[in-house]
Design a protein around this ligand. Structure first.
Ligand SMILES: [Zn+2]
Length: 397
């Protein structure tokens, strides 16, 4: 099964026979990475027993790949995966179920792969920071290890192509792992096949030698339940410059919507409405909460923020089927406000994935005649996922 958008330079290959993937992601004529997989009990998901025929369908402008399978030796240990492909990225949701009473005998990997070619350097963006605060590191012959998986990893190949590997919004889930061992460790391992990117959510500790005559312990037993992990992968693609159009910031009316009279007065052939989402009226609890209790920009994991923002996009969609629109105030950030995730207390999350999802929704809502520009700052502009927000999402909508 090939997933590709017409006139784009990349395609994703999923096997008709093997579960999981993609088997390869090709940009131009060369594979960027291959063997995207999860691993449980020493088996890659491609060796699992399928519970459904993997399928691909299009929804809201995205191509969706979905499959489910289980371990032959422990049918209760299963993996359901959904990958949603957009203009130059996919977002993956893994639901991993652990069989009741089953011991963990091998590391559990989620969303590992092998990067193909010669990779020169890597930028790791730790949580709570911005990319311009991080330093590029050279990639040599040694394995690079992050005991706490960075929020984003940007890896650059010798031809300049970049791969971004970002955690989903659910940082707390990666922190928790399977609840028994130190989770979310990332490694870049140079090898003959390429550069292996390995992402562990659980590594069983070494077991002590049993006293003579006794059986060796099997390993820790995770709680039997479903564990969800979200992640996103993006790759660099050429983007078009914005051209010579006049930007017009759109004012907000007292009810929090865009000023209708001003919107209607715009000449969309020459003028570009600019929406600055951070100027939306909204209460404090919609904003990102820092560990020190301070509030900053709106958090895009908060449903209420999305509801307000979507109303504004619908107002613009009503203007017509063509135009250019600038969306400001869509920089990713980190937040502890559990209410944004429908939970209580403090819960670390971030909203890069939410921003990508929201802009995909904007493309689908406005239609292919609209061009979207989403300026970034603080080094976020280097992330392919954010660079690609101006691209049409491409699949049927
Ligand atoms: Zn939040």
């Amino acid at each position: 099964m090939t997933i590709a958008i017409e006139n784009t330079t990349w395609k994703a290959e999923h096997s008709d026979l093997r579960f999981g993937g993609p088997v390869a992601l090709v940009v131009g004529n060369a594979p960027l990475f291959q063997d995207f997989h999860c691993s449980m009990e020493g088996q890659e998901d491609s060796q699992f027993v399928p519970d459904m025929t993997p399928r691909v369908y299009h929804k809201a402008g995205l191509a969706v790949y979905e499959c489910e399978a289980h371990l032959a030796a422990a049918p209760g240990t299963r993996l359901h995966q959904v990958l949603r492909y957009g203009a130059n990225h996919f977002r993956a949701v893994y639901d991993l179920s652990w069989a009741k009473g089953a011991a963990m005998t091998a590391p559990v990997e989620v969303a590992s792969c092998t990067l193909v070619g010669r990779w020169l350097r890597v930028l790791a963006v730790p949580r709570g920071t911005t990319p311009d605060q991080a330093q590029w590191q050279p990639i040599g012959a040694e394995t690079l290890v992050w005991e706490d998986a960075p929020a984003s990893l940007l890896v650059e190949r010798e031809d300049g192509v970049r791969l971004e590997y970002s955690l989903g919004f659910d940082l707390w889930r990666w922190d928790h792992g399977l609840g028994i061992t130190s989770p979310s460790r990332m490694e870049l391992v140079p090898g003959a096949e390429g550069l292996a990117l390995r992402h562990f959510v659980a590594i069983p500790p070494p077991l002590p030698e049993p006293p003579e005559g006794e059986e060796a312990p099997l390993g820790p037993i995770p709680e039997a339940r479903q564990y969800r992990f979200c992640t996103m992968v993006a790759w660099s693609v050429p983007t078009t410059p914005s051209g010579e159009l006049a930007d017009v910031p759109v004012a907000f009316a007292a009810d929090g919507r865009l000023d209708t009279a001003q919107l209607r007065s715009l000449e969309l052939a020459t003028q570009v409405p600019v929406i600055d989402f951070q100027q939306m009226p909204g209460v404090d609890s919609f904003r990102r909460l820092a560990p020190d209790g301070s509030r900053s920009a709106f958090c895009w994991e908060c449903d209420r923020v999305l509801t307000l923002a979507k109303k504004l996009i619908r107002q613009v969609a009503a203007l017509g089927s063509e135009g250019t629109l600038v969306l400001r105030g869509l920089q990713p950030g980190f937040c502890q406000e559990a209410r944004h995730c429908d939970k209580k207390g403090a819960l670390p999350h971030w909203d890069l994935e939410d921003i990508v999802t929201f802009v995909n929704w904007c493309h689908a809502q406005l239609g292919p005649g609209w061009r979207l520009l989403v300026p970034q700052k603080d080094g976020w502009e280097d992330l392919p996922s954010l660079q690609g927000l101006s691209l049409p999402i491409g699949f049927d909508y």
